[in-house]
Design a protein around this ligand. Structure first.
Ligand code: FES
Ligand SMILES: [Fe+2]
Length: 390
C-alpha cells in the first residue's frame, strides 16, 4: 500500500513566477539595447523646468548614449538639442548646468549658436560655401533639435525620429495607476517648488531600482520608519498592487514625516479621498512619483551603465512653504531614509546578478507578481531575438 506524492491531480500550481535572468542586469549588450530601444525611443524625464528659469540657463543630461542640452531661449521657450557642435563635433557644454548670456559658443573653434539652435556666427563664416559654391545656409548647421514636452513642471525629451504619443505613454502610465486622469492634476505639481534635491549614485542596474520600487514585500524588513507611517505596508502588498489605491496613514500619524509629526497644509486642490494617503506611481522607463497630501517626491533615474544608475530625487512643496523658509527636514528625512534603504538593497543585489546561482534568475512571490508585467515589457521592447538568445 502506498500513495503517489507526485500525482498531478493533487499538486497545486506553483505561485512563484520567474524573474529575468541575471544577464539582463549585467550585460553590456543588453544595456546597449535598452539605450537604443528604451531610453532613446521613449519620453525621458530630463530636468525640472524651473531649473532653467531664465533665458540662457541650461542643463546637460545623459539620455541613452546621447548628451542632451535643455536650454531656455530668449523667447522663454524651453528647447532641447544634442550637445554636439555641427563643425567637428566638440561637446558644446561640459558642465552639468550653467547659464550663458546670449549664445552657446563652442569652445573649440568658436562656432556660435543662438539659444534656439541656429548657427549665428563662426570665424570667417561669410567665406564658407557649400559644394555649389553658395554661401552656407546657417540653419543647415544649427544644433540638432530633440523633441521636448513639459508636464508636471518637468521637461521630458524624446530622441526618436517619431516620438510616441506623450499622452498614451507618460500620462497613460499615471492614469493606469491612479485610475482617474484628473487625480494627478489635483496636486498642481507644475506649480510646486523644489524644497530639497538629493542625487544618489547607485551601483545597481536601473531595473533593480524599478522592481524594488514596485513591490513592498521588503517594506517590513528594511523600512521601519515607512511602515510606522503606513501600517498597511507591513503586509507586503505595495500600493501599486491595486489600481487607484493609496496607502492610508496610521491612525496616530499626523503627517508624512520621519516621526509621524504634522507636515504642512494640504496642497489646495486635492480631493477628500486623497487626504492622509500615499500613492506611488511608476512612469516607465525612469520616473517614480510619490504623492502625499502636502508634498510630492519625484524620482528621475539616469541609467549610466549596466551596473550604475544616478537617481535625482526632488521634494516638491507649495511655493509659500519654500518661500517662507520653513523647515522641510522632517518630511525630507522620511523618504531620504527610504531611498537609502532601497538603494542599499539594490546595491546588495547587483553583484549577485553575475553569479552562477542567478544564471536563470530568481522568483517572484505573489505579492510581487505585477513585476512580471514589467519584465515582459522590457523583453518586448528589446525584441524577440534578445528573449530567445538569453
Ligand atoms: S568643433 Fe565646435 S567650433 Fe569646431
Ligand atoms: Fe522600498
Amino acid at each position: 500500500m502506498g500513495y503517489d506524492i507526485t500525482a498531478s491531480s493533487t499538486r497545486q500550481p506553483s505561485n512563484l513566477l520567474s524573474t529575468l535572468a541575471g544577464e539582463y542586469y549585467t550585460s553590456e549588450s543588453v544595456f546597449a539595447d535598452e539605450q537604443s530601444q528604451i531610453f532613446e525611443n521613449m519620453w525621458f524625464c530630463a530636468a525640472r523646468s524651473a531649473d532653467m528659469a531664465k533665458p540662457g540657463q541650461f542643463r546637460k543630461v545623459q539620455v541613452g548614449r546621447e548628451s542632451v542640452l535643455v536650454v531656455r531661449g530668449r523667447d522663454d521657450i524651453l528647447r532641447a538639442f544634442l550637445n554636439v557642435c555641427r563643425h567637428r563635433g566638440a561637446q558644446l557644454c561640459t558642465e552639468p548646468e550653467g547659464q550663458v548670456r546670449r549664445n552657446l559658443r563652442c569652445p573649440y573653434h568658436a562656432w556660435t549658436y543662438a539659444l534656439d539652435g541656429k548657427l549665428v556666427a563662426a570665424p570667417n563664416i561669410a567665406t564658407l560655401t557649400d559644394e555649389n559654391g553658395v554661401g552656407i545656409a546657417r540653419y543647415q548647421y544649427g544644433l540638432v533639435p530633440v523633441a521636448l514636452s513639459e508636464w508636471l513642471g518637468y521637461a521630458w525629451v524624446c530622441l526618436a525620429d517619431e516620438p510616441p504619443s506623450f499622452f498614451d505613454d507618460v500620462v497613460g502610465d499615471v492614469t493606469r495607476r491612479l485610475g482617474d486622469p484628473s487625480a494627478i492634476d489635483r496636486y498642481g505639481i507644475d506649480g510646486l517648488q523644489v524644497g530639497r534635491r538629493v542625487v544618489y549614485d547607485v551601483a545597481a542596474n536601473w531595473k533593480l531600482i524599478v522592481e524594488n520600487f514596485m513591490e513592498c514585500y521588503h517594506c517590513a524588513t528594511i523600512h521601519p520608519e515607512l511602515v510606522e507611517v503606513l501600517p498597511e505596508f507591513s503586509s507586503g502588498l505595495a500600493a501599486q498592487y491595486f489600481v487607484g489605491h493609496g496607502a492610508e496613514f496610521g491612525s496616530d500619524i499626523a503627517g508624512f514625516t520621519v516621526n509621524g509629526a504634522a507636515g504642512f497644509d494640504n496642497l489646495p486642490g486635492i480631493a477628500a479621498e486623497q487626504d492622509r494617503r500615499y500613492y506611488a506611481i511608476t512612469v516607465r522607463p525612469t520616473v517614480f512619483i510619490n504623492l502625499v497630501p502636502d508634498h510630492i517626491i519625484f524620482h528621475r533615474m539616469y541609467p549610466m551603465a549596466a551596473d550604475r544608475t544616478v537617481v535625482e530625487c526632488d521634494w516638491l512643496y507649495a511655493p509659500d512653504v519654500v518661500a517662507s523658509g520653513r523647515d522641510v527636514s522632517h518630511s525630507v528625512e522620511l523618504f531620504h531614509r527610504v531611498n537609502l534603504q532601497d538603494f542599499e538593497a539594490c546595491e546588495r543585489t547587483q553583484p549577485a546578478m553575475a553569479s552562477r546561482a542567478y544564471r536563470k534568475g530568481g522568483v517572484l512571490v505573489p505579492a510581487e507578481h505585477h513585476i512580471a508585467e514589467f519584465h515582459s515589457w522590457v523583453v518586448s521592447r528589446l525584441g524577440v531575438q534578445r528573449g530567445e538568445r538569453l
